[in-house]
Design a protein. Structure first.
Length: 186
């Protein structure tokens, strides 16, 4: 797994439309349901994975721009080294990818708690887009934990290899390890 970066998010409870009884809240990387702390891309402080190298960078950006981080959850993400690509009628394949050409030097947290694994679409290739488990309701058909995440890297790989993410969002897909991190400066 490669260090990807940090993000503060507004964690949303499971919506009534998602018929997945075990799910209580949405810890997906996608900002579709659990929103990001801000529309941060225009500030150009993100790294090559379109996240942040440290929580301090986010706190500085928030302070400079009057953005409140109160009540938000700090997440740290790692990404599996290969992405899954498939074309209609052809077998899927695992391919290499690299972060975009922004400096990337992620600080590894001392105290992150692994919450599970997300599968995220990267159709444009740069920024994380959708998390089909929550965005497309695949958690109704694919077993997740209470955070709407898969239990292991192997489960995520197996689900992709079996075509369980087809007909959701356009890929390629990347497997993301999702950690919560205590915000010691809150």
């Amino acid at each position: 797994m490669l260090p990807m970066g940090y993000l503060f998010k507004r964690v949303a409870p499971k919506s009534d439309w998602l018929n997945a009884p075990v799910v209580e809240r949405i810890f997906s990387l996608s900002g579709c349901i659990s929103e990001n702390f801000a529309d941060y891309v225009d500030y150009w402080k993100h790294n090559g994975f379109w996240l942040f190298d440290s929580p301090a960078i986010i706190r500085e950006l928030a302070r400079e721009n009057g953005i409140s981080l109160d009540g938000l959850t700090l997440f740290y993400y790692e990404v599996y080294e290969l992405q899954y690509e498939s074309e209609p009628g052809e077998p899927g394949r695992w391919t290499e990818f690299e972060p975009w050409a922004f400096p990337t030097a992620v600080e590894i947290p001392d105290n992150g708690a692994l919450e599970g694994f997300d599968v995220v679409s990267f159709w444009c290739g740069n920024a994380p887009e959708h998390s089909p488990l929550s965005c497309n309701g695949l958690a109704e058909k694919i077993r997740t934990n209470r955070n709407c995440l898969l239990q292991s890297l192997e489960v995520a790989r197996d689900a992709l290899n079996a075509g369980r993410f087809e007909h959701s969002e356009p890929g390629p897909y990347r497997i993301i390890a999702v950690y919560t991190v205590p915000d010691v400066h809150a």
